[in-house]
Design a protein around this ligand. Structure first.
Ligand SMILES: Cc1ncc(C[n+]2csc(CCOP(=O)(O)OP(=O)(O)O)c2C)c(N)n1
Ligand SMILES: [Mg+2]
Length: 644
């Protein structure tokens, strides 16, 4: 018998005498013989593994007390960035910073928001940033939290929205507890999302952190904006600030936005002024009310139509020059087309059919002059193909759309003489007539199947509009594929609409709307969102966060009990293959069982109404829910809809 074996067998005998103070058995309260748990059966891999590290470590000689921590300094740095909120799902890898935010930072600037999924945290930040104009911080666990966050991060990236994301990591292998901390650490944790964040870093010291933290903010908020990622070493967060360490926090520069080249802007003005039928198209253009006001000024000066692709709230929907729903008509006539911050210039000026076979055709004449103004060309990555089809424009002006508008307006105004003014007025009159006819048509279309059950999406939107139009309302998400509210309602300010997901990743609407609702809360606005049932099933825990943080928001569930878009695609495929559409519900519907969204809401502490399939019950249910929201709480109305 080897010596090694003998000594270990003695150790085992000692343990069996019950003298090992550090054993789990010694720490457990004694139970009467009768209630002693039965010895574990063969549970295979299900038996929880003991924390060997804790059991075998001698107790520390001195109780560790430290008056500073790296996390405290990190919070001090964050405070200089004027970040109001930090959305988290709690995780030990950032426990140092979390504790510092709560106790050192007094849970203000940033204040923690408790989220039930990392995807919710990031999407909340996306909706918040667009509505408030500034980033929210998000903290997630190391590898696993970041993996959950990744799709929402991709949406933010595609939408060019700043997200200030931090994750925890343990860089020194010697410091990782066995088990989870190894699985939650990575050599290069950002690798999984590097294709769709603008910048990332893993600071090795607190000085390094300070610089990277300020740099990250600057990069995220410089157009084209985007998410950034800082990986925070747990030791750096938790340990004291090293003795004698002189730390300073770099200042955050005021960012002057890039404007389009003066000569190119003057050329654009010349083309616009001399055109017979100029068209302006915009997408992610207006960041502020000034952006919308300037676009109105430019359009009114030229009396030309504006097509809004709705990536932001760019142009008032009831304005006589808003021809977003006559895109095909106005482009067919256009001789000059100027696109502002178009995510997809090619897509905006082409028709594309993808239901049966994939084919496309230009919507404009080959002789039309095409110009783009925006920052999209400044920043492109290779792998993910969100950069869209190549837009072969005649002139690409690289500059921020909103920031370039003043010089363009000035140039245009300089060139417009009295004769032109007269011609423009005549053009504007015709456009106003067409717009009026379009609005009347929309109102009439909305009455089709008015009394139908399930409820038409047009009736839903008309009822909703009837109850909110006298409030300072804000529609922050729309699962009705963009049509009815924008056709019917009077969106007249930038906060009336908050854009779309960017990456088309479902699960965005519910949490992004909540983030926008949080931003609106400070202004006392009535926040409303129309949420697909499928979308809400991805991120239902959002409702709990709404209740927990008392965020007033009205969720309308556009409940067609299906992933209806996909249902229609499967129908289209079945049609193409001449096999009948009877089976298209397989894998595409959300029935059997039906989801009780009102019950779900109530279970999270949110006022729930519905399911409502009788259109006459809709108005009273909306009124009750709006009353709840107006007193500062969230509410949900589940509306059984047909899809149109
Ligand atoms: C993460 C993700 N998964 C799946 C899809 C495919 N998808 C596109 S629309 C859609 C349906 C969403 O359902 P719902 O919100 O109810 O909208 P509806 O189509 O019923 O109007 C799905 C599953 C996606 N875009 N993103
Ligand atoms: Mg649906």
């Amino acid at each position: 018998m080897s010596k090694k074996f003998r000594s270990s067998s003695i150790g085992r005998r000692g343990f069996l005498k019950g003298v090992s103070l550090t054993s789990a058995a010694a720490l457990a309260p004694a139970l009467p013989a009768k209630t002693q748990p039965a010895p574990p059966q063969n549970l295979g891999g299900l038996v929880p593994r003991p924390n060997l590290a804790a059991e075998t470590m001698p107790p520390p000689k001195d109780l560790v007390t430290q008056s500073t921590s790296g996390g405290d300094f990190m919070v001090d740095v964050l405070k200089t960035l004027d970040i109001d909120y930090c959305a988290i799902n709690p995780a030990s890898m950032f426990r140092g910073v979390q504790e510092a935010i709560i106790n050192h930072g007094k849970n203000t600037k940033p204040e923690l928001l408790t989220c039930t999924h990392e995807e919710i945290a990031v999407a909340m930040a996306q909706g918040y940033a667009k509505m408030s104009g500034k980033p929210m911080a998000v903290m997630t666990h190391g590898t696993v939290g970041l993996q959950h966050a990744s799709m929402a991060l991709y949406n933010s990236y595609c939408d060019r929205v700043p997200i200030y994301l931090m994750i925890g990591n343990i860089m020194n292998a010697d410091k990782r507890a066995p088990g989870g901390e190894w699985a939650h650490s990575a050599q290069d944790p950002a690798a999984i999302v590097r294709d769709f964040v603008k910048w990332d870093d893993q600071p090795a010291s607190l000085r390094h952190f300070a610089e990277s933290a300020v740099r990250a903010y600057k990069i995220a908020t410089t157009p084209p904006m985007g998410p950034v990622l800082l990986s925070l070493d747990a030791e750096l967060q938790e340990n004291p600030i090293p003795d004698g360490e002189e730390l300073r926090i770099p200042k955050l520069a005021k960012i002057a936005l890039p404007q389009g080249d003066g000569g190119a802007v003057a050329e654009t003005a010349r083309l616009l002024v001399s055109a017979q039928s100029p068209v302006l198209i915009c997408d992610r253009m207006a960041r502020t009310q000034a952006g919308m006001d300037r676009l109105v000024e430019l359009a009114e000066t030229l009396q030309c139509p504006v097509v809004d692709m709705f990536g932001r709230m760019n142009f008032p929907t009831r304005h006589p020059l808003n021809h977003s729903f006559r895109r095909t008509g106005v482009l067919a006539n256009a001789d000059v087309i100027v696109g502002f911050e178009l995510n997809d210039y090619w897509g905006a000026v082409h028709g594309f059919e993808d239901r049966i076979i994939r084919r496309s055709a230009p919507l404009f004449r080959p002789s039309a002059k095409t110009i783009s103004i925006g920052v999209r060309d400044i920043f492109t990555k290779a792998n993910y193909q969100e950069f869209q089809r190549y837009p072969d424009v005649d002139l690409a002006i690289v500059g921020d759309g909103e920031a370039t508008l003043p010089s363009l307006i000035e140039e245009v105004k300089r060139l417009v003489d009295a004769n032109r003014k007269l011609a423009y007025e005549a053009r504007g009159k015709k456009l106003a007539e067409a717009k009026f006819a379009m609005l009347e048509q929309a109102k009439s279309d909305a009455t089709i199947a008015w009394d139908a059950s399930p409820i038409t999406t047009s009736r839903l939107c008309a009822e909703l509009w009837g109850q909110i139009h006298n409030e300072d309302w804000s529609l922050v998400g729309n699962g009705i594929r963009m049509t009815w509210p924008h056709r019917l309602w009077n969106f007249d300010r930038t906060h009336r609409w908050n854009g779309v997901s960017g990456g088309g990743g479902v699960g965005y609407n519910a949490p992004a709307s909540l983030g926008a609702g949080l931003a609106n809360k400070a202004h006392g606005r009535l926040t409303v969102t129309i949420n697909g049932d499928g979308d809400l099933m991805f991120t239902p825990g959002t409702l709990w966060t709404a209740a927990h943080h008392r965020i007033p928001i009205l969720y309308i569930v556009h409940n067609n009990r299906a992933y209806h878009q996909e249902y229609m695609y499967v129908q289209a495929m079945a049609n193409r293959h001449a096999r009948g559409i009877e089976n298209a519900h397989v894998g595409t519907t959300i029935t059997d069982p039906n989801v009780d969204f009102a019950g779900l809401a109530r279970s999270f502490g949110v006022h729930g109404e519905g399911p409502i399939s009788d259109p006459n019950e809709l108005g009273p249910a909306l009124a009750r829910a709006i009353a709840v929201v107006k007193r500062g709480e969230p509410a949900l109305v589940d509306v059984i809809t047909e899809s149109r």
